[in-house]
Design a protein around this ligand. Structure first.
Ligand code: UDP
Length: 276
C-alpha cells in the first residue's frame, strides 16, 4: 500500500510543457466517434468511442411499464441500466450489478427524466441500456452521451440532447476529460451533464476535493466541451438520417427501359394471353 502511495506521489502527470501523459493540453478532449442506429432490435441505439472507452447504448419505448404496479398514471418512467462487461477493465469485473453501477444507473435515469417529455406517455417506461465494452475512465459520461443519441434515434420526444463530460485536477492543475491513469493518480474528478441549449446542469458529481475557484474552472471546461460533444451528437444523427440521391437509387434502382435487345419496342406478341 505504501509503495503505491509513494509511486502515486512520484508520478508526474503533467510535464514541463504542460502536456499530459497522452500528450493532451489541459483543455483537450480525447478523440470521440459516435454512430447512431447501430442495433436493429432496439428502438434506438448508438455506439461511442471516447479515447479508450467503447460504449453501446440501446433504447426501448415508450412501452407499457412492467411490472404494472410501477406504472405512473401521469407520466413515463425513465429507467436506465448501466453495465460494465467483465472484459471491459484490466482486472476482470464480476458480472452483474454492484453499488457503483446502481449509482451510475440512478444518476443517468434522473438526468434523462428531466429532459424527456414524460407526461406525454403515462403508464409507460422508456428503458435505456448502457453497456460498457471497454473502460478507460469517463464511462458514465460516454454512456450518457451515447444514450442521449440513442433516445433521439428512438424518436423519444425530449427538450434537447444531453451532452456530458468530466473535468478534474491532476498535479494541482484543473484539466478536462481525465483518462484512467489521471483518474487513478489525480486529485479530483467531476463528471457533469448539460442540456446545451439552455445550459442547464442535469448531472453533477465529485470525487475528491476542489476549491471553489478550481470548481468554477472545471465547470467552464466541462460546459465548453459539452458544446463540442453536442455538435458530434448532432452530426451522428444527421449522418444516420440524411438521405442522398445515391441512397435512394440504391434502395430502388431505376426501372429498365422497355426496349428490346435489338432496339425495337415490345409488341403484343411479346406478352402471353393474360398480358404481362
Ligand atoms: N474501473 C475498473 N473496475 C471497476 C470500476 C471502474 O477498472 O470495477 C475503472 C474503469 O476504467 C473506469 C474507471 O475505473 O472507467 C473510473 O471509474 P469511475 O467510477 O470514476 O467511473 P467513470 O469515470 O468510468 O464514469
Amino acid at each position: 500500500m505504501e509503495d503505491i502511495e509513494h509511486f502515486a506521489k512520484a508520478m508526474k502527470l503533467i510535464d514541463a510543457d504542460g502536456r499530459r501523459l497522452d500528450g493532451r493540453k489541459f483543455n483537450e478532449l480525447r478523440p470521440i466517434r459516435i454512430e447512431a442506429g447501430v442495433l436493429r432490435r432496439a428502438d434506438g441505439s448508438a455506439y461511442m468511442e471516447w479515447g479508450g472507452n467503447k460504449v453501446l447504448a440501446a433504447v426501448y419505448g415508450p412501452r407499457e411499464a412492467h411490472p404494472r404496479h410501477l406504472q405512473d398514471p401521469a407520466r413515463a418512467l425513465v429507467q436506465c441500466r448501466y453495465n460494465m462487461a467483465p472484459f471491459s477493465v484490466t482486472d476482470r469485473k464480476r458480472p452483474g450489478p454492484d453499488r457503483r453501477s446502481v449509482e451510475i444507473s440512478k444518476v443517468i435515469s434522473e438526468a434523462f427524466s428531466s429532459v424527456v417529455f414524460a407526461e406525454q406517455f403515462p403508464r409507460t417506461s422508456v428503458d435505456i441500456f448502457i453497456e460498457v465494452l471497454q473502460a478507460d475512465a469517463g464511462t458514465r459520461c460516454a454512456g450518457l452521451t451515447a444514450a442521449s443519441v440513442a433516445l433521439a434515434d428512438a424518436g423519444v420526444p425530449m427538450r434537447d440532447l444531453v451532452a456530458s463530460c468530466a473535468s478534474g485536477k491532476i498535479d494541482g492543475v484543473v484539466c478536462l476529460d481525465l483518462n484512467k491513469d489521471e483518474d487513478n493518480f489525480g486529485d479530483a474528478d467531476c463528471p457533469t451533464a448539460v442540456v446545451p441549449r439552455t445550459g442547464e446542469i442535469v448531472l453533477l458529481q465529485m470525487d475528491g476535493h476542489l476549491t471553489s475557484d478550481e470548481f468554477e474552472k472545471a465547470m467552464d471546461l466541462s460546459i465548453d466541451a459539452a458544446r463540442r460533444i453536442y455538435d458530434l451528437q448532432r452530426d451522428a444523427l444527421r449522418r444516420r438520417y440524411s438521405v442522398t440521391l445515391e441512397d435512394i437509387l440504391k434502395e430502388s434502382p431505376p426501372v429498365p427501359s422497355p426496349m428490346q435487345p435489338e432496339g425495337r419496342l415490345p409488341s403484343e406478341d411479346d406478352f402471353g394471353p393474360e398480358g404481362i
